[in-house]
Ligand binder design. Sequence first.
Ligand SMILES: Nc1nc2c(c(=O)[nH]1)N[C@H]1C(S)=C(S)[C@@H](COP(=O)(O)O)O[C@H]1N2
Ligand SMILES: [Mo]
Length: 554
Amino acid sequence: MNESPSPQPPAFAQGALLGALTMPALMALLALTHTLLGLPFLPLDVLDWLARALPGPLVTFGVDSLVAALLALGLGATIDSAAKLAEQIMALSLFWIAGLLLVSLLFALRQRGQKAGVGALLGLAAAVPLILILPSVQFLTQADPLLSAAWVLLVLVSYFSLMSRAYDALRPVPAPEAAQSGAALKTLDRRSFLIGLGGASAVLTVVGAGLSALLARRDEPELVLTTPRPRPDPLTIVDGQGNPLPNAADPLVPAPGTRPEYTPVADHYRIDINTRPVEIRAQDYRLQIVGKVENPVEWTLDEIYAMPTADAFITMACISNPIGGSLISTTKWTGVPMREVLARVKPAADAVALHIFGEDGFDEYLPLAWIEADERIMLCHSFDGAPLPVKNGFPLRVHIPDRYGMKQPKWITRIEVVSRAGEGYWVRRGWSADAFVRATSVIDTVAVDSAYERDGILYVPIGGIAWAGARGVGKVEVQVDDSGWQEAALRAPLSERTWVIWRYDWPFSEGRHRFTVRATEADGTPQIREEAPVRPDGATGYHSQAVTLRAPGT
Ligand SMILES: Nc1nc2c(c(=O)[nH]1)N[C@H]1C(S)=C(S)[C@@H](COP(=O)(O)O)O[C@H]1N2
Ligand SMILES: [Mo]
C-alpha cells in the first residue's frame, strides 16, 4: 500500500504528547525511590510548598472544591481522607502538567535550532528551584539533604536529556540520502517509536507505582497488629488500657448508630498542613525552650515523660469542620501542665507568649496570660495512655481548652519565649485569631431498624453528639418537622471538656420527616442558629436530617 507522506505535527504538540506519555513513569520512579530510600517525592513536595507560598484562600479553595467533588462521587469516607486524596490528585496532576509543558517547550526550542544539550540545561533549570524548596518541605527521617538534591538533579537532567534524544528520533534531520527513502517510512517509525515509548512508560509506571504501594503497605502491619481497630461501639466503657471510662455507669444507652463516645485512637481525625506527617525519632529528640527565659532547656523525651502529668478526656475539633462533619474526636490526653513547664524554664519579666514551632513548619503563639488563666493547658505526650501516634503529633503537642485545633501545634520541637505575640500559621492565612470553639450538635442516627414498642406506641431512637468546648452542654433539643422542641436525654460526658451523647426516642409516624437538633450551653447560652461557613471563625447553624419512613412490614 502506498501511504501518502503525512505532514509532521508541530514540534511543541509532539513534545506535549511525549511528556504526557512519559511523565507517569518518571513519577512512578520518584514514588518508588521515595518509599525505598526516603528520597523526595517531588509532586507532593511541590504541592506542600505551594500550599505555603500561595495565599491561603487560593489553596483552600482548590482543595475544598476537589474535596466536595470527591465526597459527591463517594470517594473518601470522611472529609479528612477525601482532603488527603484531593491533595494527592492535585499534586500528581500539577506535576504531570508542568512536566509535559516543559517537554513541549524543549521540542519547540529544538525546532528553533537549539542543540541536543538544551535538554540537560532544561533539566538543570527545573531541578534548581526544586532543590531550593526541598529544605522547607523535608523532615527529619527523609534521606540526606545532599543526596536528595543530587538525586533530583540526576533524575531531571537525565529525563530531559532523554526527551531531547527522543526529539532526534522523532524528527530526524532530513539527510540528503534519506530524502529518497520516503516520508511514509519515517511516519511509521515515529508512530512505532511513540507506541513503544508509551508502552514502556506504562509498564514502568505500573511496576513502579505498584511496587511502592506494596512496599508502603509492608510498613503497616505493625500498626495493624499493635492497634487493632476496635469495632466502633458507642457503648465502649473502658479506655485502651482497660480502665473504666468515668461515665461507664451511666444508664443511658446511645441510640444505635451513634458514633463511639470514645474515639478509637486510629480513627482520631487528622489535619496537617502537609500531605504527610512528620516522623520524629524518639532517640534524637530534644525539646528546646529558649528566648526570654532564665533557664533555657533542651529536654529529652525521657526527661519529659518523667515530669508530673495530668490526664483529661478531651474533645477536639478542627475549625474547618462543617456542621455535622467528621473533623471532631474524643480521647484521653496526658501531658505535663504548661504551668509546670514554665516553672522550670522561668520566663523573664518581659515575656508575654510562647512561640511554638512544629517540625513540619507549623507555628502558633500561646499567650502566657492564657496559661495563667487556665491550669488545664498542657504539653501533651500521650493519647489513650500511649505515646502520641505519629499522625497526631508524636512526640509532643499542646492542648488549650475551648479553642479549635488550629491553635494547638503538633510535632513540637522548639518553643521560643517572646516579649511580643504574633500571628500563627492559620491566623496569618486569614483564620480566626482566637479560634474559640462554637457550640455544635449533630444527629448521628435515626435508628429506624431499632424501633421498639411501649404501651402501644412505636418509638424510634434518634441520637448523636453535642459539644460546647470546655463550657459544657446543658441541654439538647430535637425538633421534628415544625413541631415544638423536645428535650433529649443526655449521657454524662466523659469530662467537662468532651462532647455529650444525647438520645431522643421519637414516637414514630410514617412519611417524610425533617429532624433538627440544637444545644444549649451549660450557662444557658443557646447554640447559634444563623448559618456561617467554616471560614474564618468556625461553622454555625443547626444540623438537620430529612428521612422518609415507612412502618415495619409495609
Ligand atoms: N505542627 C502542626 N500542628 C498542627 C497542625 C499542623 O498542620 N501541623 N494542624 C492543626 C490543626 S488545623 C488541627 S485541627 C489539629 C489537628 O490535630 P489532629 O491531626 O491530631 O486531629 O492540629 C493542629 N496542629
Ligand atoms: Mo484544623
